[in-house]
Design a protein around this ligand. Structure first.
Ligand code: CP
Ligand code: NVA
Length: 309
């Protein structure tokens, strides 16, 4: 692997200044799009990007397709089944071959280990479009959404209630890099992995872990949750039983700061992890959050594939 290859696998691989710059670039790209002016002259012109999904997607799929097109690039949309990723040939060989055809790879696959293997053998940038371990593009959009609504995120408090999953892991990474106070409530059986919490502590993140969602949202500027059953999870009934007390409803939102917003990466299940009155209510930022995937990913694409600055 060339050390110059600009992979975007995890927020934890970047320093604070790099993440801040990507967020600011995303805001500039959004402002230019709103005005109908491209901020940059087609930085992906002539570039071909493979966009590969082993799991279903609406937001990631469409926002990457639209974003790459707006930046002047060409999308090769592929499903993991079509190429029998990891079955027909090794991940390493797939990476080597794809690198001869395309200029970049955006991929959603459950195995983070295989994503890292793909990136190791690819000689073109690889972007993580969600693994079982993390969802960095989502959290870049979340940070951008927080800042649009509430101003700079440094020193502010974000609460997570519910399952400990890929989105939360990327929030732990962002908390360390952007000086966010993260207050997490999960059932004991679904707590974040020790390795993730140890990483956060080592990197100086301010993270509080509790079983009590009310404790987590106390003093929070933003309350976040996600589905109770993520892609690749089996034990649906077990999870539902454990997670029911972690639903974000009006009572829980009332225990956060008065101007606190609600975020959810979507897709959402109303009546499960979030009450309809919250996700469709005035404090919900979920539609901006979904839109901001487009802008945040465009910033990542320009960084990874545009001409280096
Ligand atoms: N939030 C998110 O990644 O949505 P999709 O699974 O629809 O891409
Ligand atoms: N945690 C969810 C996120 C979906 C975008 C999942 O992994 O299914």
């Amino acid at each position: 692997m060339s050390t110059q290859t600009r992979h975007f696998l995890d927020i934890s691989s970047f320093d604070s200044a790099q993440i801040r710059r990507l967020i600011e670039d995303a805001k500039a790209l959004k402002a230019a799009r709103v005005k109908g002016q491209p901020a940059v002259e087609k930085p992906l012109a002539g570039k071909k990007i493979a966009v590969i999904f082993q799991q279903p997607s609406l937001r990631t799929r469409m926002s990457f397709d639209v974003g790459i097109n707006e930046l002047g690039g060409h999308v090769l949309m592929v499903s993991g089944d079509e190429i029998e990723l990891g079955q027909r040939e090794s991940i390493a060989d797939t990476a080597r071959v794809m690198s001869r055809y395309v200029d970049g790879i955006m991929i959603r696959m459950l195995s983070h280990h295989e994503l890292e293997e793909l990136a190791h053998y690819a000689t073109v940038p690889v972007i993580n479009g969600l693994t079982k371990r993390s969802h960095p593009c989502q959290v870049m959009a979340d940070v951008m959404t927080f800042e649009e609504r509430l101003g700079p995120i440094a020193g502010r408090t974000v609460a997570w209630t519910g399952d400990s999953n890929n989105v939360l892991a990327s929030w732990v990474h962002a908390a360390a890099r952007l000086d966010v106070k993260l207050q997490i409530a999960t059932p004991e059986q679904l707590a974040p992995p020790d390795a993730l919490m140890d990483w956060g502590r080592r990197e100086g993140a301010s993270i509080k872990l509790t079983r009590d969602p009310y404790e987590a949202v106390s003093g929070a500027d933003c309350v976040i949750t996600d589905c109770w059953v993520s892609m690749g999870d089996a034990d649906r009934e077990y999870r539902h039983n454990l997670l029911r007390p972690y639903q974000v409803d009006d009572r829980l939102m009332a225990a956060a700061n008065r101007d606190a917003i609600f975020m959810h990466c979507l897709p959402a299940k109303r009546g499960e992890e979030v009450a309809e009155s919250v996700i469709d209510g005035p404090r919900s930022a979920v539609w901006d959050e979904a839109e901001n995937r487009l802008h945040a990913q465009k910033a990542v694409l320009v960084w990874a594939l545009g001409n280096p600055t």
